[in-house]
Design a protein around this ligand. Structure first.
Ligand SMILES: NC(=O)c1ccc[n+]([C@@H]2O[C@H](COP(=O)([O-])OP(=O)(O)OC[C@H]3O[C@@H](n4cnc5c(N)ncnc54)[C@H](O)[C@@H]3O)[C@@H](O)[C@H]2O)c1
Ligand SMILES: O=C(O)[C@H]1O[C@H](OP(=O)(O)OP(=O)(O)OC[C@H]2O[C@@H](n3ccc(=O)[nH]c3=O)[C@H](O)[C@@H]2O)[C@H](O)[C@@H](O)[C@@H]1O
Length: 343
């Protein structure tokens, strides 16, 4: 039984999975559902899980921000299935694991239809927990460092309750993810569902949407197009950036470990947005300009994960530094934009 000290007395044991899993000759595969698996992190997670012959992977995605193109190498594979499905509608599939990633991650996209974003986080998570209860699956939620809001505690530990605006333009996402975490623990305490919660910090890498609006994808696309890098004021705000392969490794370790979380998964390397712009400029095009533009409401001024729990409980820490990761993302964007490296 997973534990994190939060369990009430008398919690029911987790629901039993299909009798097949208890058979002496266990032949069936581990059946894994990934909601949002056509997205940036999700498609890299599919790649890693499909490497294991024992895994069958099912992706459910509504393609709001993801695309089939991210999964083209798996379509038609006997151990892979792709379903066009919106998690705000119930889904019934017999699975053993659920990685629940379905939610737009870019602020531009999650603000575009705020009501849909909070529906996805609340109703979508309710539907996935209902599925986990129905089929006896273990479920992992990709929560976010945004649950800490504009943090007054720095770096952020998992015990910090956050400083979140409940009625702002980011609340559909920040509060939506907080409610999702609440639902996860309520199903865990009330129904014994096996839960895992990852609080993901800013993640970057190949397959991010090029015009996604997030800072790393914006700066690299702008530098490759010879456009000014748009540093949103004040430019001294900080973020900590985790390369996608490290993120995927952390998510799998959390799912297959025995701690419910929440556990911060991110790279504690903290940079101001101006420092990030200067690094991208140096790496891609020293001639590119940097311009200051206005920011959006409620933008957190600082963000840096305390990853003590990830290190101690998951044996995980990031391996790829920003200076190692950015060139890998540049190569992907050059390929997709058709922009050759200057000799
Ligand atoms: N990338 C980051 O920096 C970051 C940081 C913190 C948390 N996260 C979380 O990780 C998860 C994946 O993020 P990402 O960066 O891959 O984002 P992404 O936008 O690339 O992927 C999200 C996927 O979910 C799908 N989706 C959205 N709403 C859906 C719905 N209602 N039904 C079905 N599918 C739906 C999208 O089409 C997309 O494929 C999200 O839950 C996000 O909140 C990401
Ligand atoms: O890691 C997280 O938990 C969160 O990180 C990001 O949220 P945010 O940090 O706001 O993402 P960006 O839009 O990339 O902004 C990062 C910083 O860069 C700045 N920025 C953004 C874009 C740009 O062109 N220029 C720029 O300076 C923003 O003002 C902000 O201060 C993701 O979008 C969220 O999904 C995720 O939950």
């Amino acid at each position: 039984m997973a534990s994190n000290g939060n369990l009430q007395v008398g919690t029911k044991p987790p629901p039993s999975p299909s009798p097949l899993r208890n058979s002496k000759f266990f032949q069936s595969n581990m059946r894994i559902l990934i909601t949002g698996g056509a997205g940036f992190i999700g498609s890299h997670l599919v790649d890693r899980l499909m490497e294991n012959e024992k895994n069958e992977v099912i992706v459910a995605d509504n393609y709001f921000t993801g695309s089939k193109d991210n999964l083209k190498k798996w379509i038609g594979h006997p151990r892979f299935e792709l379903i066009r499905h919106d998690v705000t509608e119930p889904l019934l599939v017999e699975v053993d694991r659920i990685y629940h990633l379905a939610c737009p991650a870019s602020p531009i996209f999650y603000k575009y239809n705020a009501v849909k974003t909070i529906k996805t986080n609340v109703i979508g998570t309710l539907n996935m927990l209902g599925l986990a209860k129905r089929v006896g699956a273990r479920i992992l939620l990709t929560s976010t460092s945004e649950v800490y809001g504009d943090p007054l505690v720095h770096p952020q530990t998992e015990e910090y309750w956050g400083n979140v605006n409940p009625i702002g333009v980011r609340s559909c996402y920040d509060e939506g993810k907080r409610v999702a975490e609440t639902l996860m623990f309520d199903y865990h305490r009330q129904h014994g569902i096996e839960i895992r919660i990852a609080r993901i910090f800013n993640t970057y890498g190949p397959r991010m949407n090029i015009d996604d609006g997030r800072v790393v994808s914006n700066f690299i696309a702008q530098a490759l197009r010879g456009e000014p890098l748009t540093v949103q004021a004040p430019g001294t705000q900080t973020r900590s950036f985790c390369y996608v392969s490290d993120m995927v490794d952390g998510l799998i370790r959390l799912m297959e470990g025995d701690n419910t979380g929440p556990i911060n998964i991110g790279n504690p390397g903290e940079f101001t947005m101006m420092e990030l712009a200067e690094t991208v400029k140096e790496l891609i095009d020293p001639a590119v300009k940097i311009e200051s533009v206005e920011n959006t409401p409620d933008d957190p001024r600082q963000r840096k994960p305390d990853i003590t729990k990830a290190k101690e409980l998951l044996g995980w820490e990031p391996k790829v530094s920003l200076r190692e990761g950015l060139p890998l993302m540049e190569e992907d964007f050059r390929l997709r934009l058709g922009v050759a490296k200057k000799k």
